[in-house]
Write a protein that binds this ligand. Structure first.
Ligand code: PMP
Length: 416
């Protein structure tokens, strides 16, 4: 099995549509495109198996239930969980983090501390802020340099009151990876719940939660070629058992009385209501698809492309590259002193080149880097050298066009 970008890309129907033939899609950190097998699995679910998943029910319902549990088992292998009971289906990483924030914080004492980093996505900041206010907890941060966490100083900020450490495996705004080995070494043997936000990691390399050594791991399927509307939450079985449920409703109970209820066993205790069943079917196809790829070859291709992109952009005079090419999950972030990021993004969009502009839902990090908005080009395994050449040529053309002019010094407010 060897990786070929041409045959990989052919599996993604979006690129074959007449209106997308010239598209250069470099917004993969926001979401990836979907292979035909994922799209087909979603349609097939509705076409052949659509039913709600109730235990001991009719033929279609049994089939849907079986499908969900098979995908759960596959997801357990995908993340390295010891049993499918450790896998909870969520709507995505955001929901997984909200679940953890509520379930873990509700068991803490006032004054207990939650340790985060300045590089977190808002999904790993805001839920903790909300719970800190509600349960009178303290939020602390790993020391940073211009927003980049200094993990060699992690031990300095741990106190007996540190109960939770929640951090991303890699920055979605600047691309740098977290040294998870170093974090594991510092947290080993301490009574601290360690959560890893793997949203950006899972697309780029196989994940093994046992090797990482974390207690919890969250990710969203749509970032690794799967559908939107479904994500995975891994938690150590003993910890999930000790946690209270989050949302209440159908499916998560064993028995309901007028004034109290008994909850279902793991993992159903955390899956109230009807799940995104068709998306789970699509996730199953996605995991099968990834298993069939040369993952090491995919990663090599992405890294070569990232270095190529970084090198080519760094040759453009005045362009300010905020990300380094090494230890990077496929992201190049940049700004230009004489142009608002949004103007350059719109210029690129006019040439059918999709990159993202804004604070990337990581406002504290982007601010600490000295900017209100950056441009972000992020690669996936279907991107080619020609995509990079087209992006670089269009950026060069923009500055040629701009000449000596200086446009908007103040970045307009953008939401993303
Ligand atoms: N964490 C990180 C690092 C992310 O990049 C994202 C998505 N941009 C999220 C969390 C949230 O993911 P979702 O919107 O799919 O829930």
């Amino acid at each position: 099995m060897s990786f070929s970008v041409e045959s990989f890309k052919k599996q993604f129907p979006l690129f074959a549509q007449p209106e997308n033939r010239a598209l250069v899609y470099l917004d993969n950190a926001a979401t990836t495109q979907k292979p035909a097998c994922v799209i087909d699995a979603i349609a097939d679910f509705y076409r052949h198996s659509n039913a709600n998943t109730h235990r001991s029910s009719h033929r279609l319902a049994r089939r849907a239930t079986e499908m969900v549990e098979q995908v759960r088992a596959r997801a357990a292998v995908f993340l390295g969980a010891t049993t499918p009971k450790e896998i909870v289906f969520t709507r995505g990483a955001t929901e997984g983090l909200n679940l953890l924030a509520y379930c873990l914080c509700s068991q803490l004492q006032p004054g207990d501390q939650v340790l985060l980093t300045t590089a977190e996505h808002h999904a790993n900041l805001v839920p903790w802020q909300m719970m800190a206010e509600r349960f009178r907890l303290e939020i602390c941060y790993v020391p940073d340099q211009r927003g980049v966490p200094q993990f060699d100083r992690l031990a300095e900020v741990l106190t007996p009151r540190t109960k939770i450490v929640s951090l991303t495996a890699g920055s979605n705004a600047l691309g740098f990876r977290t040294e998870l080995d170093a974090v594991r070494a510092v947290l080993a043997g301490k009574n601290i719940h360690w959560i890893v936000d793997g949203s950006q990691l899972a697309a780029h390399e196989p994940v093994d939660v046992q090797t990482i050594g974390c207690d919890f791991f969250v990710c969203s399927a749509h970032k690794f070629y799967g559908p939107t509307g479904v994500g995975l939450l891994y938690g150590r079985e003993s910890l999930l058992r000790a946690m209270p449920p989050w949302q209440g409703g159908g499916e998560m109970i064993a028995d309901v009385d007028l004034f109290s209820s008994h909850y279902a066993d793991l993992p159903h205790k955390f899956e109230a209501g009807t799940s995104s069943l068709a998306a789970i079917a699509g996730l199953g196809a996605c995991l099968e698809f990834l298993d069939a790829q040369d993952r090491a070859g995919m990663a090599r291709h992405e890294q070569q492309l990232l270095h190529f992109l970084h090198d080519r952009l760094s040759q453009i005079p005045e362009l300010n590259l905020l990300s380094a090419a090494d230890n990077n999950l496929g992201i190049v972030a940049f700004t230009h002193p004489r142009s608002a990021a949004i103007d350059l993004m719109q210029w690129l969009d006019g040439r059918d080149i999709a990159v993202r502009v804004g604070h990337h839902c990581a406002q504290p990090l982007v601010r600490a880097s000295g900017h209100s908005a950056t441009l972000r080009a992020s690669v996936a395994a279907y991107n080619t050298r020609s995509d990079v050449e087209k992006l670089v040529a269009a950026v060069e053309e923009f500055f040629l066009h701009l000449g000596d002019e200086s446009v908007a010094q103040t970045e307009p407010q953008i939401s993303g």
